[in-house]
Design a binder for this molecule. Structure first.
Ligand SMILES: [Fe+2]
Length: 326
């Protein structure tokens, strides 16, 4: 019984046209259906990855997680019932709306709607990106990752780790309390950040080419209040990324080059080096709070803490080996 990937995301927004422009022209997704009150998007061969509808307010509507086997849905439902979580079976109408074979849904301790789904439908129709990108890195690693604000991290950690069996990637206490989880080789598909707020912090989509990220950055960086974090590199998943403001106000991380881990051998670790090797200046924060993160970066730069070198040239690799052997 296992959850294997983040399959889709639902967002509630009154700004359907802004989302349509942002998702296609900036993020590079493909619009598959749009009405006055809803918008559906693709990012690969899965029929639907994002569903945005005007259900009131701005923020997360639901998170869809794919399970390995159809019987996992019943097993998770029993486990959730044992823990006093009310579980509902998705009727045919809802399964059709989500383009999946079967699903169950329930609320997490913070009231977020979680959907566990079996067999998201694929299509042979070619993915046509909304801007000229190389594409998104999805496949067995799922659509990317989702991060939630919380004012009380403990019950949520217990819920996701002990009931849904998410595996802990790492966690930290300073300068802010964070908990990262994986469900496949992606370093994290889900994270919780104890900011004192509630709601959606950000989702991340990973591109196949660093230039997709750089060109996306150029499209926004000269406009006012579009970039929330400047380009930088994270210390835990090695993602090079920037964060832009979505039309709903929460952030979208545009990433490239995330690390893959081995979930069978990974041991959760406490990290205290701060979230970024360099960059990721948090433009959305007041100066004094930005300074805490900036000081942390200056400290790790001074100590030469960096991601491991990736040598993808066989000649250079052999030279490095020879040098090491001397
Ligand atoms: Fe992220």
């Amino acid at each position: 019984m296992a959850i294997k990937a983040l399959s889709y995301l639902g967002i509630t927004s009154e700004k359907i046209q802004d989302w349509s422009d942002y998702a296609t022209k900036n993020l590079g997704m493909q619009e598959i259906d749009k009405t006055k009150n809803s918008l559906m998007l693709r990012m690969d061969d899965q029929k639907q990855r994002f569903s945005i509808s005007n259900d009131g307010g701005e923020g997360l509507s639901f998170l869809g997680w794919e399970v390995e086997k159809k019987s996992d849905l019943d097993n998770f439902a029993s486990k959730l019932n044992e823990n006093n979580v009310k579980v509902f079976r998705g009727q045919k109408f809802l399964c059709d709306k989500r383009f999946v074979e079967d699903l169950i849904y329930f609320k997490d301790p913070a009231g977020n709607q979680i959907e566990l789904i079996f067999n998201p439908f694929k299509t042979d129709d070619e993915f046509k990106p909304g801007r000229a990108i190389s594409g998104f890195k999805t496949g067995i690693c799922g659509l990317g990752h989702a991060v939630l604000h919380t004012n009380n991290i403990e019950p949520l950690v217990t819920f996701y780790r002990d009931i849904l069996k998410f595996k802990v990637s790492d966690y930290s206490f300073e300068p802010i309390r964070l908990h990262f989880f994986h469900v496949n080789e992606r370093h994290h598909s889900f994270a919780l950040v104890e900011t004192g707020k509630v709601g959606f912090h950000h989702f991340m989509v990973e591109y196949k080419n660093l230039d997709d990220v750089g060109q996306g950055y150029d499209l926004l960086q000269f406009e006012k209040n579009k970039i929330a974090y400047t380009i930088g590199r994270h210390t835990n998943d090695y993602m090079t990324s920037f964060y832009s403001y979505s039309p709903s106000g929460f952030f979208v991380e545009n990433g490239w080059g995330g690390r893959l881990i081995n979930p069978d051998t990974w041991t959760p670790e406490l990290t205290d080096i701060g979230p970024s090797f360099w960059g990721h200046e948090r433009l959305h924060l007041p100066e004094d709070e930005r300074l805490k993160f900036r000081n942390k970066r200056m400290e790790i730069a001074a100590n030469g803490i960096q991601a491991p070198l990736v040598i993808d040239c066989p000649w250079l690799y052999q030279n490095q080996l020879n040098k090491n052997a001397k």
